[in-house]
Design a protein around this ligand. Structure first.
Ligand SMILES: Cc1ncc(COP(=O)(O)O)c(C=O)c1O
Length: 441
């Protein structure tokens, strides 16, 4: 099955989506509201989602491993969230005032997230990371921000640097190089690189912001995170874990709990919103208090936390229902999704090996991604992405779509509590069929 076959079979199954996409490109640049949602020749259009499944306008049902950008740990529209939302809708969808729900969710975050002594809610992970680095600068009085090559922290101006190959080109036009001149990128899982920049830019670095799993699928070494912690403390640099993906996913307490390493601040989003839009920045009080307008006046206050819809009652309700469920069913949820993730990665890796296809299966816990590569490598940092055969990887993922399995091609997949052993078995069997078909082409 060559790429043309995969594409034409996809198009045969999705005529309704094709028509919608033809309309969309006329009114939405590229036809999508998030760049990564496009895949060739056009994305399918979803009409319904429940549990582990989504349905498109043409009536195709997919077992979904994209899970709303990995945000849906309990699956689509879990009853516990839907019921709570239905009740809240009676009382109001948006207040624009302080509300008890935000207090309750804040208290939950502080109870669960290791470094969180205070938290501010916003509407996206992008806002959260923008605010976190601003707070770190305000707190330290320093300008420089260190990030990781390949690290994605949303579309905010400062951090949208060195995210994708080729690294020597800007991620976006419309951003003046001067705006990012105090942002440096260093390789992942490389403590020496951090030590070098600390020494080169001694006394200038406000913070390091990093994903404990790069791109949501490449795990940090435990020793690396410990080393970042030690070096940050030694140099008065604020350590920020961007836990927008790993928060409440790697474990209830996120990567901090999983790795047993505490940051100074964490950014969160996705799962915390229980399927509704959210972002949050949390951390130790000393830093978070810099955002307290009752304590600091203009010129001293670090201004974070706008957002007409910040802490809106629907998001707070969905978040609370989700986090409470996770807390009450911690062993069951994390035990199950971790086991299914281990099984999927192990069996898929074996299939690629059995079929003699060079590859890399990456992930941890319930997160996974599969790449077809030009050589057998372990992907440990973004620089290793140069070995990925994007055309073949994309074809592999699209061929899975023809078997009614949806991963957003080349992006991290997530297993939810709604996935069953049968779903994973079907994923493994379908992977085998796809590899056979691809080899025959
Ligand atoms: C690690 C990380 N940080 C920040 C963001 C941005 O979050 P949002 O898409 O909610 O703005 C993302 C989004 O995928 C992410 O994966």
């Amino acid at each position: 099955m060559n790429l043309g076959d995969v594409t034409s079979r996809y198009m045969e199954r999705t005529p309704g989506s094709r028509l919608l996409y033809e309309r969309a490109v006329k009114v939405i640049p590229g036809g999508v509201s998030h760049n990564i949602r496009f895949f060739d020749p056009y994305p399918f259009y979803t009409v319904k989602a429940k549990g582990a499944y989504i349905w498109d306008v043409d009536g195709n049902r997919y077992c979904d491993y994209w899970m709303g950008h990995t945000g849906l740990i309990l699956g689509h529209s879990p009853d516990v969230v839907v019921d709570a939302l239905m009740k809240q809708i009676e009382y109001g969808t948006h207040f624009g005032t302080a509300n008890k729900l935000e207090l309750e969710l804040a208290e939950k975050v502080i109870e669960i997230v290791p470094c969180a002594e205070m938290v501010r809610f916003c509407n996206s992970g992008t806002e959260a990371t923008m605010y976190a680095v601003r707070l770190a600068r305000a707190y330290t009085g320093r300008k420089r921000i260190v990030k990781i090559t390949g690290g994605w922290h949303g579309g905010n101006t400062l951090l949208n640097k060195c995210v994708s190959l080729p690294l020597d080109k800007p991620e976006s036009t419309g951003i003046a190089p001067e705006e990012q001149m105090y942002v440096d990128a260093i390789p992942f899982n490389d403590l020496e690189a951090f030590r070098r920049i600390l020494s080169d830019k001694r006394g200038e670095i406000a913070c390091i912001i990093m994903e404990p799993m790069l791109k949501g699928c490449i795990p940090a070494d435990r020793e690396y995170l410990k080393g970042l912690r030690e070096e940050s403390s030694r140099n008065d640099v604020v350590l920020i874990f961007d836990e927008v993906i790993t928060g409440f996913r790697l474990s209830l307490g996120g990567a901090e709990e999983y790795y047993n390493v505490e940051a100074d601040m964490v950014t969160m989003g996705k799962i915390l919103g229980g399927g509704l839009p959210i972002g949050a920045v949390a951390g130790v009080s000393d830093i978070m208090e810099r955002a307290n307008p009752r304590k600091y006046g203009k010129g001293e206050l670090c201004w974070i936390g706008g957002g007409t819809f910040s802490a809106n009652p629907l998001t707070m309700t969905a978040g609370l229902a989700t986090i409470r469920f996770l807390e009450e069913n911690k062993e069951r949820v994390y035990g199950k999704i971790g086991r299914l993730g281990d099984e999927a990665r192990k069996q898929i890796d074996k299939l690629f090996r059995d079929h003699g296809i060079k590859h890399s299966v990456v992930g941890l816990g319930s997160l996974l991604n599969m790449f077809i590569t030009s050589e057998d490598i372990e992907i440990r940092r973004y620089e290793d992405f140069k070995h990925i055969d994007h055309a073949s990887t994309s074809r592999f993922y699209k061929a899975l779509m023809l078997k009614s399995i949806f991963f957003l091609p080349e992006h991290t997949g997530a297993i939810s509590y709604a996935h069953s052993d049968g779903d994973i078995k079907y994923l493994i069997e379908s992977t085998e069929e796809v590899l056979v078909e691809l080899k025959q082409s």
